[in-house]
Write a protein that binds this ligand. Sequence first.
Ligand SMILES: Nc1ncnc2c1ncn2[C@@H]1O[C@H](COP(=O)(O)OP(=O)(O)O)[C@@H](O)[C@H]1O
Ligand SMILES: [Mg+2]
Length: 668
Amino acid sequence: MAPEDADMYLNFYALTEKPFNPTPDPKFLYMSPAHREALAQLSYGVQERRGFMLLTGKVGTGKTTLLHALRKRLTSQTAISFVFNTTLPFDGILEYILEDLGIAKGLESRAQRLIALQHFLVDRERAGENTVLIFDEAQNLDAATLEQIRLLSNFETPTDKLLQILLVGQPELRAKLSLPELQQLKQRIGLRCQIPPLAPEEVRQYIRRRLRIAGSHDLGLFSDAAVDRLTEYSGGIPRVINMVCDHSLVFGYADQKRRIDRPIVNQAIEYLEEGASPSSQPKAVKLNGSRVRLLSRWSFGTLAVALADERAGPCPVSAPPPAPMSKFFEALEQAQQEKAARRRTVPAAPAEPVAERAPVVTKPPAPAEPVAERAPVFSKPDAPTFPQPVPRRVRRSSLEPSRGGSNETEEHLQMEEHLVSLLAPTSFEAEQYRTLRHLIEQLHKAAELQVFAVSSPTASDGKTTTAINLAGALAQSHDARVLLIDADLRVPTVGTNLGLDERPGPGLADTILNSSLTLDAVVQVRPQLNLSILPAGRLPSAPYEVLKSPRVGELLAEARKRYDYIVLDTPPLVSVPDCRVIGRWVDGFLIVVAAHKTPRKLLEEAIRVAEPAKVVGLVFNGDDRHLSRDSYASYAARQFSDGHGGGWWRGPFGTRDRRHRKHTASDD
Ligand SMILES: Nc1ncnc2c1ncn2[C@@H]1O[C@H](COP(=O)(O)OP(=O)(O)O)[C@@H](O)[C@H]1O
Ligand SMILES: [Mg+2]
């Protein structure tokens, strides 16, 4: 199915994302008692340094998903290498592990690699830290490789295992470990656990959980009879449940049914088993007088688009088949029509208030395809994606605020849950912001960039989330001095996100308007976060004029002396003029782009406003596709014309190539 049709049923069922994706996203993890037990055992086994551990389960039962959850749960004191490609020979695996753990590259011999690994393990041990190797799909490892892996477990002190090794695989892995040549390995396994298929009641709960995480308000979307049928057909295997549920939603949407009942599930099953049924599949349709045979189910997508285009174009087309049509065909048609209707009715430029006195020079950009839609889809598991700006949910953190670095209180902050860099700095999500931090640090070193504005073409693209998480990630380095400034003097949300609003005080606007208020008087210091925060303060009636004041330059000059990094959250680039003046004071803009949402034209406009020379990178927010870092960078490397013939960009976090590097085919 074409990527632009992937979200076809989301609106209809009021979902924020697809609930039944086939990816091992731990966010969706449903903890059946067996999953909970396995996760607890494995965490315990790693902490207790049990050496070899074994996790087995039939294909699709959730092993890989559980491993991602385990990885999130293990602390920063654990180095983890995740080996997915178990068909590599042992030396390839060893090389991969060394690189994954950041130990060394390019070591020639196995002996050199083993020595490097040993040094690493001993160093970690001295620092009180643990190292874990996880082999997923370990049933593919041949006996000789398994034996070499066993030898790795010989890295030990008289009292402790230096390396914990987790073998994960399908049930045949157990059989393999019973081979006579693997007896030594089998004897060393210090912990075994298994994931069985879900029981009937668990299937119901599983479906409800995934719907809830995907934003559904109707957890009974699948009727009881539908769930019974799903249980029966899937045998409780989550991957099969996901496939049938996803297809059922497509079919339900095609029929415009608000509830998925048993007949819809049956249609989905039939479709999965056999492709479109003879009664519903058109064998051939007439197009321009010639009969076009539909060869595979994916042809429906292509054909639906082709038909739509043909019908719109000048070329006369014989009528599309009146009936019958496949459900996929109907759903795709439906999605196309809805999309066309949206394009007709939704204004591309967001309707935000514009400061009365400010000169506005933006022209409303023409509707265009979303930026991410044309991008290729890459498939490296586990590559950086950015958490979507989630609906406001607040969770209690254990952080205590203080003002001016002095008067700490026992009060606790209510922070937004998605501020992962602050609340869960060792989490998988926070890891992704560390990648961004790393690139900003490089820019800092190489080009002495220090003051970064985080902005986006329009509102609600994830600016504030990105700004706070970036500042939090930078502040994780203990010797870094980081100041986060809320420079959005129209709709400031840094304070709300960080739970500072209960104690409002003077902020940026106040110190701009009243020069007797020093930086010290307005900056709030959070020693626990290693972060200083300058909230927006009292909102002025003409933010643009306030931000234009030379006092902003003075304040930032002062801040530059005291902080290594200054991160500004700003208003959107296109709809209000503030960033045009903010641009004067900062070294660079990071532009947050809402994946699948921001139209390309709007992004081009935003880059023009920020001034191309100042854009240091693009951050794709909420992109749920898997992208390797390299391909991610090249995916964003596009030519954005600045209207004057310039502008080659590498992103999302890369810098502008200042040597005017030529665009090559490999960039796309
Ligand atoms: N306990 C679970 N909670 C949520 N989703 C699950 C669970 N178990 C499996 N899934 C889903 O089923 C699919 C297959 O899971 P995966 O972890 O890849 O299985 P395995 O590694 O055992 O083959 C994925 O889409 C995954 O998200
Ligand atoms: Mg797996």
